[in-house]
Design a protein around this ligand. Structure first.
Ligand code: TA6
Length: 285
């Protein structure tokens, strides 16, 4: 039986926590960004995409894994794209391995720098829990100030796939989505396909999606469940946009599909001393 562990390591020059549950599931989360960079279910291969050209330097978002987007998703507001917590250091709150799991919790709190961008007192935590073929990624936000605030957020999960043209994302049929590629007007459609296939640049915000979603590959699948994160973003840059992303190899778009648990359409409001949480669960099959 593999030795369970929850230990601090160096990952690409950055402090990180490595988790291993007794059944052999493994994960690595960076203190930078509270960013999950690796997940291997028990007895399985890596299931998160990480770009070969990812930059591991404070200030630059890491291309792959699970970036935490908060308190703004995308460019929909005055903040930097996807907010500011993905490019800041978090601190370790807890990390342990038990009889059938391993888990870590990391925290980020407002400071002078964040208040200059977003004038609110907050505490946010990311908790990663692994066991067997399952990973739970839970994001919690507490309002520690005296004024209510509003935010949008996403767990911008980059799933690793063998060949993106061979995958089908099931569970979105009949759901309304907004095509975010159309920047000039709001273009909303209802998905009528049996499954979403990726054969072009795709950036869709699906509203209020249902559980579970299933990302099916030829030989394997991933089940995706969310709680309190009602929207789902599906992103693949495809060839041309990928060629313009400096931290992604030219063929990188073939090895990934982002299926993001998000709360975007109706931003979350948090009153003073109240908190909110959302979760994405992945099950490897
Ligand atoms: O979630 C989809 C998206 O907002 C895309 O529009 C694309 O820009 C992507 O995220 C990556 O964003 P990033 O800032 O990490 O390059």
């Amino acid at each position: 039986m593999p030795t369970p562990l929850a230990q601090e390591i160096d990952y690409q020059g950055l402090p990180a926590i490595q988790l291993r549950s007794p059944d052999g599931a493994e994960a690595i989360v960076l203190l930078y960004g509270g960013h999950l960079v690796s997940w291997k279910p028990a007895g399985g291969d890596e299931r998160l995409y990480m770009s070969d050209k990812a930059v591991f330097k404070p200030g630059t978002p890491v291309r792959g894994g699970v970036p935490v987007c908060f308190p703004q998703f995308g460019t929909n507001g005055p903040l930097p794209q996807h907010g500011f917590v993905r490019t800041r250091m978090w601190e370790k709150v807890a990390a342990r391995a038990g009889e059938d799991f391993a888990m870590a919790t990391l925290r980020i709190t407002d400071n002078e720098e964040t208040r200059a961008l977003w004038p609110h007192a907050f505490q946010a935590e990311i908790s990663i829990g692994i066991t067997g073929s399952r990973i739970d990624i839970e994001f919690e936000v507490e309002n520690t100030g005296e004024q209510a605030f509003e935010f949008s957020a996403a767990l911008h999960t980059y799933l690793r796939v063998k060949e993106v043209e061979e995958v089908v994302l099931e569970g979105l049929r009949g759901q309304t989505y907004r095509n975010l590629l159309n920047k000039t007007e709001v273009e909303e459609r209802v998905d009528t396909g049996v499954g979403v296939v990726i054969d072009r640049e795709t950036t869709r915000l699906y509203y209020e999606t249902e559980n579970p979603l299933l990302l099916r590959e030829t030989q394997r699948s991933i089940g995706i469940n969310t709680e309190n994160m009602p929207d789902t973003v599906v992103w693949n840059p495809w060839e041309e946009t990928c060629a313009n992303i400096s931290d992604m190899p030219a063929s990188g778009f073939r090895r990934m599909l982002c299926v993001e648990a998000a709360v975007v359409r109706n931003p979350v409001q948090v009153q003073p001393a109240q908190s909110w949480w959302g979760r994405q669960t992945l099950i490897a099959m």
